[in-house]
Design a protein around this ligand. Structure first.
Ligand SMILES: Cc1ncc(C[n+]2csc(CCOP(=O)(O)OP(=O)(O)O)c2C)c(N)n1
Length: 357
């Protein structure tokens, strides 16, 4: 959140200093910062859904309903490039991680509009398929589950490098049925070679149309970490206060003890799977509505200030859409460029050979 927006949030006089979930407390400033990130991510995604229906985009997939835990992850991470910093192996419902890290909504909207200014894929990939080298965000794959086996790789580099960098891997509950998830458990827990992998399963209750209970014989995904000796917990991923503390605990274990930790966060899927299923609004609990009710009840913010935040964010997003849709689309032949990184060790094609005639 930028300072200007932060300071425009009015707080009633004598407001309590924060919110509590059970015995866990979060300061007012942190709550309001999280709220602003969640609203920015949500408004961005809701506008992207409209883009998919209006012809300003083609296909939508994203993370409305999963903002609370994702915002906590992004805000507590060590952002930077290289093994001294955290690595991100995200999936396509992690826009609030990116907003919390500092991504401008315009970046995501450019990918949604498939314009060449899209910083993640030059307009070639689905929306919410992030990638940013400067922040150690590895490319999001639409092949579900493969992030689980990449995370121990970066964690191994981090362990060898020294320091307290963590590899954060996020995936849905259905994707844990892939063998890659099991491989992540195995490679993160080799004796004497435990790795600092923070595993976050966003359990929104199902895959595209299969329910969680029809696919997994164990009650909880986190139970599958237990035979490997991986410490973990289940958290209400719709509660930003509880999520903040779960992430804090997990990061502490990974950073200081250089071993894995698993968080299973129960979340909501507020617009179905994707635009392919029509992206209809569901009746799942809405983490933003719930958070706003708590913030108001605790006197940390009032309704008119919340409305102002929503209005300002809507204007920001509308301006981003207006800009993105005016920008250039990829041209035929563009798809052959930049598919492979130049490799001086390759004697046949030392440059990016897709750029050759
Ligand atoms: C390897 C692979 N198998 C199947 C699919 C099709 N697919 C895309 S999303 C999805 C459901 C994923 O569910 P989950 O992991 O719970 O994440 P959610 O979408 O619920 O957040 C499936 C089966 C795919 N993209 N990749």
């Amino acid at each position: 959140m930028d300072d200007q927006n932060a300071s425009s949030v009015k707080r009633p006089r004598n407001a309590p200093r924060g919110l509590a979930s059970a015995d866990q407390f979060l300061s007012t400033d942190r709550c309001l910062e999280l709220h602003r990130i969640m609203v920015r991510a949500r408004k961005m995604e809701e506008r992207m859904i409209k883009m998919s229906k209006s012809g300003e985009g083609i296909f939508w997939i994203g993370g409305p309903g999963e903002e609370a835990i994702n915002a906590c992850l992004g805000l507590q991470a060590k952002r930077g490039e290289g093994p001294a910093f955290d690595y991100f192996h995200l999936h396509y419902r992690c826009s609030a991680v990116m907003v919390a890290l500092g991504m401008e909504p315009l970046d995501s909207i450019r990918q949604m509009a498939n314009v060449v200014t899209d910083p993640f894929s030059r307009g070639r990939n689905f929306p919410s398929h992030f990638s940013r080298r400067a922040w150690n965000v590895l490319p999001v794959s639409s092949v579900i589950g493969i992030q689980w086996i990449k995370a121990p790789g970066t964690a191994l580099v981090q362990k060898r490098h020294g320091g307290d960098g963590v590899s954060i891997v996020v995936g849905g509950d259905a994707g844990t049925a892939e063998g890659d998830f099991q491989s992540c458990l195995i490679w993160s827990t080799r004796p004497q070679n435990e790795l600092p992998v923070l595993m976050v399963v966003l359990n929104n209750g199902g895959g595209i149309s299969t329910t969680h209970c029809s696919q997994h014989s164990c009650n909880n995904i986190v139970d599958r970490a237990k035979p490997f000796g991986i410490e973990g917990e289940i958290v209400d991923g719709n509660d930003p206060v509880a999520s903040w503390h779960a992430v804090e605990r997990g990061m502490k274990v990974c950073r200081t003890e250089r071993r894995p930790y698993m968080i299973e966060a129960n979340t909501s899927r507020l617009y179905g799977h994707s635009s392919s299923s029509g992206a209809p609004r569901t009746n799942d609990p809405d983490c933003i509505e719930l958070f706003e009710r708590r913030l108001i009840a605790a006197g940390l913010i009032d309704e008119s200030t919340i409305q102002t935040i929503h209005d300002q964010t809507r204007d920001e997003i509308e301006a981003a859409v207006a800009q993105a849709v005016r920008e250039a689309k990829p041209v035929p032949g563009d798809e052959h460029l930049f598919a492979y990184a130049p490799n001086p060790d390759d004697p046949t094609y030392p440059d990016d050979y897709t750029g050759l005639p």
